[in-house]
Design a protein around this ligand. Structure first.
Ligand code: CO
Length: 308
């Protein structure tokens, strides 16, 4: 197959072909369309399981694959909750609901999130985080400092009377890897982080909370999102079959218990052997509600494209 390579680069996406860029853009378009439809799915009494399944099935219907389970994180839960197989959770009255969704096409990923306020109490906090995102995204320029995003995001959120969550960050994305290891802080005062590279993919995602909050998240209960951490095929069944099934379907991308056909015992055994990791939910340390907004940005040699 013909791969027109665009440009030499030091980043992993040095081999970003025209075809791969198109897949990134298509993943972004699907993510955008689904995200825009999310608010009408989120209302008092709505089933969280139904929201997750609806988001994931829309992604598939439009030709993508979910890059991770749809996250529906309510109030003080900032991230990493998805429904277990028969989740009875419903959206409470007055809730602040973050829906974070990912789309991939052959491992080329778009990551985006929106916050919905059930009631009007948190509308301004959502506006603050959305404006912070808009400004943070503008700071993603090839050759620009990664460390410029944080002060911009923090200043915007504080100027509107809210507080950024200091230990939740944006991140660089690679093929089949939602978080490449490079974090993009949402506050000032970080160490130098280098510059934005051409032919790379970055997710910018500010989080805001109330000014009286601690403004940090801590790990909470398991959130039903898992991923393979070690590529080492177990010898014993049923773990071996489960491992192979998971690797074939998801590689190292996060997945939900809802998505696997293999037995619960096989999954538990893989967790016990530390071949699988289950993400804990991330909860605001003082129990205050969190709002989030997120876009994915792809850089070429001359421009930054918001794919979502
Ligand atoms: Co993200």
């Amino acid at each position: 197959m013909h791969h027109a390579r665009f440009a030499p680069t030091e980043s992993w996406f040095g081999l970003l072909s025209e075809e791969e860029l198109e897949k990134l853009l298509l993943a972004g378009k699907i993510a955008r369309v689904v995200r825009k439809a999310v608010p009408r799915m989120v209302f008092k009494g709505a089933s969280v399981l139904q929201i997750c399944e609806w988001v994931e099935s829309e992604i598939i219907r439009m030709g993508g694959s979910p890059a991770f389970p749809c996250n529906v994180s309510i109030n003080e839960v900032g991230a990493h909750y998805t429904s277990p197989p028969s989740d009875a959770t419903v959206i409470p009255d007055g809730a602040l609901v973050k829906v974070d969704l990912g789309v991939h096409i052959d491992g080329l990923i778009a990551d985006t999130a929106v916050t919905v306020s059930v009631g009007s109490e948190f509308e301004d906090m959502i506006k603050a985080v959305e404006l912070a995102l808009e400004r943070g995204v503008q700071a993603v320029r090839v050759g620009g400092k990664i460390g410029d995003v944080g002060p911009m995001v923090e200043k915007t959120i504080r100027s509107m009377g809210y507080k950024p969550i200091r230990n939740l960050t944006g991140h660089q994305i690679e093929q089949y890897t939602i978080h490449s290891g490079l974090s993009i802080p949402n506050v000032s005062g970080s160490e130098p982080l280098g510059k934005f590279q051409p032919w790379s993919v970055y997710a910018i995602e500010p989080f805001a909370t109330l000014p009286k909050a601690i403004g940090e998240v801590r790990e909470g209960m398991a959130g039903n999102i898992l991923h393979l951490v070690k590529l080492k095929r177990p010898k014993a069944e049923p773990q071996r079959g489960a491992y192979e099934d998971i690797y074939r379907k998801f590689k190292t991308l996060p997945f939900a218990r809802r998505w696997v056909a293999c037995s619960g015992e096989a999954v538990e055994a893989l967790l016990a052997e530390r071949l699988l990791y289950e993400y804990p939910v991330l909860v605001e340390a003082s129990g205050m509600p969190i709002a989030q907004s997120e876009h994915t940005v792809v850089t070429t040699d001359k421009e930054s494209i918001v794919t979502t």
